[in-house]
Structures are given as C-alpha cells and as structure tokens.
Design a protein around this ligand. Structure first.
Ligand SMILES: NC(=O)c1ccc[n+]([C@@H]2O[C@H](COP(=O)([O-])OP(=O)(O)OC[C@H]3O[C@@H](n4cnc5c(N)ncnc54)[C@H](O)[C@@H]3O)[C@@H](O)[C@H]2O)c1
Length: 261
C-alpha cells in the first residue's frame, strides 16, 4: 500500500477493463486520479466503484474523445488544474479492428490510428510539460504483445501497437534529462468485458471463454485485468526507477515458446 501515495495519475480508457482495474489498484496505493474515457458513463461507474471501496479517494471522472488533440490537451490541463500538477500518465484507451490487411480500407486505418496511436501521442505531448515542471514523472503506454510479435487477422491494430512501443522508446530517450521515464506494457489475452461481451454476442458464455480461450499461453489461461494493472503500477512507481524505454510483455509466456508448448 502507498507506493504512489499522493501522486496525481491520469488514466485514459479509465472506464474500460484494464483501465478501471488500474484505477482501482492506483487508488489502493494512494494516488489521486483522473479517469478519462470517451464513454463518460463508464468513467463515472469506475469512479463510483473506487469511492464505494475508498470513500475518501480523490477520483475525477471525465468524458473526452482523446483522438481529438484539443480534448486530450483539455483533459490533461483540467487534471493538472484540479490537483495542482501531474505525476503519472497511463495511456490505456484503445479500439480494435478485425480483418486482413489486404481488405483494410483507408477509413478504418484513419480511425484506429486516431485512437491507438494519436490519442496516446496527444496525451503524451500534453503531459510532458506538466511532468517536466514537476521535476519528473512516469508515462506508461499500453501496447500489446502483438506490438512486438505477429499474427494474421488484426494487422491494423498490431501496427498501431508497434507504433506505441516505438513512441514510448523515443520519448524515453528524449525526456530522460527531465527525469521522465516512459515505458510500454504489452499484455497478452486479458479477460475484460470487451472479450466477454464479444463472446456472448456469438453465443459463447464467459465460463466457456475462460476454459477454451488463451490456450496459446504457457499458463493456458487469460490474464485478469488486475495482473496487467500490477505491471502498470510497477512501471508507474519508484520501484522501477532504473527502467525506461522498455516494452514489458505480460502474456503468460505465450511469446516465449514459438509454436506453442
Ligand atoms: N484485453 C486484452 O486482451 C488486451 C490485450 C492486449 C492489449 N490490450 C489493450 O489494453 C487496452 C485496454 O483494453 P481493454 O480490454 O480493457 O479494452 P476496453 O475496450 O475495455 O477499454 C478501452 C477503453 O478505451 C476507451 N476509448 C476508446 N476510444 C477512446 C477515445 N477515442 N477516447 C477516450 N477513450 C476511448 C473505451 O471507451 C474503453 O473504455 C487497449 O488499448 C487494448 O488494445 C488489451
């Protein structure tokens, strides 16, 4: 407890599966939080769960489409104004597009790049002066294991996640003199409401999804969102004080054994 006591953290996609789990863990560790999501109701709900568990928690839910640069800047500035600064930025917001690259239309490239890459770019850019003025801080960008390995069928998504790894590395190099650390987290299959609802839409129950999905991992199971949140916390807090510019894979060993085990 208390690893980020009093630190101000903005979490994008804070109403989603990994974002809300990260927010809850950060609240447990004493952070003051801004949860920003395009789905304002989801951000409110995540904030409500935190307040239920920690009535004294500082948590500020916000609705914003972070793919729009002014909205991203506005969310960062509103957080800094509310809490008097910013120490940690966690970029979790993301969308998926399914299909082969040969069929990928320009419009869907535009929309996935706008969220998965450009929302992260906009938030990082708006955060840097705030973190510099604080004497340093930590940025954690959520990529994917498919940002560092390959597969068929989600190429557009995977390209954006590889770009997030590259963005994190270069920003780490450029900002190290300002004591800003920047890292990426690359999750494997993580059982969030997104996957559960998608499975249910094709008649697959959560129980069946848990049993049959993620068999390509060494552990033969999905990650819980909180397991990814713990990695984000590690990179956000001082325990990772010598870690910057890296991409930390959290995939139950899936990428360790090429071709499976
Ligand atoms: N769940 C997994 O298996 C998995 C694996 C690897 C990487 N990831 C990545 O982790 C992140 C979270 O995944 P999740 O499963 O929790 O997904 P999710 O869909 O539950 O959460 C994503 C959140 O981002 C928000 N969002 C989308 N576009 C936005 C925008 N333009 N502005 C602001 N908010 C926006 C959504 O409203 C949603 O609440 C994503 O970036 C995803 O690509 C997830």
């Amino acid at each position: 407890m208390g690893r980020i006591e009093g630190k101000v953290a903005l979490i994008t996609g804070g109403g989603g599966g990994i974002g809300a789990a990260t927010a809850m863990l950060f609240a447990e560790e004493g952070a003051r939080l801004a949860l920003v999501d395009r789905d304002g109701g989801a951000a409110e709900a995540a904030a409500g769960e935190i307040r239920e568990k920690f009535p004294a928690a500082d948590v500020l839910p916000m609705a914003a489409d972070l793919s729009a640069e002014p909205e991203a800047r506005g969310a960062l500035e509103a957080t800094a104004a509310h809490y008097g600064g910013l120490d940690i930025l966690v970029n979790v917001a993301g969308i998926r597009v399914f299909g082969a690259l040969a069929d990928a239309e320009a419009d869907s490239w535009d929309s996935i790049l706008a969220v998965n890459l450009m929302a992260t770019v906009h938030c990082c850019r708006a955060a840097v002066p705030l973190l510099r003025s604080r004497g340093g801080g930590s940025i954690v960008n959520v990529s994917s294991v498919f940002g560092v390995t390959g597969r068929a069928g989600m190429g557009q998504y995977d390209v954006t996640k590889a770009a997030v790894v590259s963005l994190s590395r270069t920003l780490a190099i450029e900002e190290v003199g300002h004591r800003i650390r920047v890292n990426a987290v690359c999750p494997g299959p993580t059982i969030t409401p997104f996957h559960i609802e998608r499975a249910e839409a094709r008649g697959v129950s959560e129980e069946e999804l848990r049993r049959t999905g993620a068999q390509h991992t060494l552990m033969k199971r999905w990650a819980e969102p909180r397991e990814v949140a713990h990695t984000i916390l590690f990179l956000a807090c001082n325990e990772s004080s010598f870690v910057t510019g890296t991409a930390l894979v959290v995939d139950g060993g899936a990428s360790a054994a090429v071709g499976g085990s």
